[in-house]
Design a protein. Structure first.
Length: 78
């Protein structure tokens, strides 16, 4: 059996409610049945399996809000 990358050994999270789970499809399916009342879609299983935590989480200070948001090239009166 091939060696898993280090990030695959870390916990993953539910794509819908963001709760931390063991990175096993069985864990995701049982969580979905008990908490969401349905089975996960194929896309949700892929998101769960390939989930990685961001190395540098962003904050509101990292995003620049433009001053001029009015269409037509003019600036907002504020």
């Amino acid at each position: 059996m091939a060696k898993q990358p280090k990030w695959q050994k870390q916990p993953s999270q539910c794509p819908q409610c963001k709760i931390a789970l063991v990175r096993k499809i069985k864990a995701l399916r049982s969580h979905f049945r008990s908490e969401h009342g349905r089975a996960p879609t194929h896309g949700e299983e892929l998101q769960f399996k390939n989930f990685k935590n961001s190395g540098t989480p962003y904050s509101d200070k990292d995003f620049v809000k433009p001053r001029c948001e009015v269409s037509g090239g003019g600036c907002s009166p504020k």
